[in-house]
Design a protein around this ligand. Sequence first.
Ligand code: G2I
Length: 448
Amino acid sequence: MFRRLSASVALLAAALTATPASAADAPLRDLAAARGVYLGTAVTASRLTGGYAQIAGAEFGSVTPGNEMKWSSVEPTRGTYDWSGADRVVAFAEANGQEVRGHTLVWHSQLPSWLTGGSFTADELRRIMTDHIAVEAGRYKGRIDHWDVVNEPLNDDGTLRQSLWAKALGESYIADAFRAARAADPAAKLYLNDYSTDGIGAKSDGMYALVERLLAQGVPIDGVGFQAHLVLGQVPVTLEPNLRRFADLGVDVAITELDIRMQLPATEAKLDRQKADYASVLRACLAVTRCAGVTVWGFTDADSWIPDFFPGEGAATPYDENLARKPAYDGIAEALTPVGNPPPTGTACAVTYTVQSQWNTGFTAQVTVRNTGTTALDGWRTEWGYGSGQRVTQAWNATVTQTAARVTAASLSYNASVPPGGSVSFGLNGTWSGTNPPPTGLSCATGS
Ligand code: G2I
């Protein structure tokens, strides 16, 4: 694990928010990464400008399109696709060095009317479903870290929800969906996702049994998502043991849609309670090794589904409607800050990226990591995002890997140690077309 210490975006976010920076004074995404988890948010593509975009990019290491990848968004008319919203979210993530949770391939809701109103045989429906997965997951192949392949398959009592899919195909639709998703995008982690499965109870028992059956059939399922649409003061006490029992089945787990709603108006006491509730959800994830991360379902109360669906309730997210941090933000930051094991003081680095030469399709860049702390670096890493399709083709003096737009470079044995005030450079050749803008989210981290 490594600790990310410098991110220029953090300064920007701090400048934009009304309240003081958190105790840890680092973006949530960096605090999360230092603990080996991601902190994500659902976003709305049409809002990705201005202060909303700044915070989404600076504070979160993963984004989930709130609606833009759902079936009714991408294929409102049979055979006519609209990828504009989904493309926008994926491009945003790549420009900000973020992961993407794809949401969602197979669900009973937000389906186009040509599908809900059509009359199809079971074989036709199965084919429509697997074709849809092939098209959508195929389009974003290699660019989605986690796919919510099947969403909300269960009733509250843990039995199979009689969705369009289950009515025609029975439980077999779930296995088929996962197999189609694996074929379309072998690198994506494939998740089964549901709500009210957060604590141990009838519904999560049903989910547990379902996951056991799928694994026994060799279905390619990598993880289980727990939405965690919670009510103030009601974080299930069994959240952590519940996550752990699923992890013990051999799958990853993640909190995928966290929000904690309250009766309006919000008061100081309620917001303090919400802070504690957010912190306890984060701690439950951190306590379970296979918990991959936590995603909040919208980071601002201005972009939350709660007021529309629960009249009189709201204030469910970590930022208020004016994009100011709420106590819940600090609850997340504090939970992510190690207790009794503070980061070593005096260890810090800074990184610069310079294009040294550029020709019609290629360029050479030099990256310099400087030890700005007071103790020697024992290993370093840097990360950045390419916003314009640039690809690294060759590198020297570092181990450089690129996944989609995200590049990671790590020290080699002979240049891992950097004395205070010293610096190390490495180089790379890359390809570009159109434009070759500087990378985004350039950060460096210490440790191996
Ligand atoms: O309902 C909360 C979430 C439960 N789990 C699955 C998630 O996909 C779901 O997300 C919400 C979105 O946050 C809402 O934004 O799903 C809702 C629909 O079930 C979304 O609401 C819809 C409204 O119903 C539509 O009227 C609206 O056109 O959002 C659409 C786009 O703004």
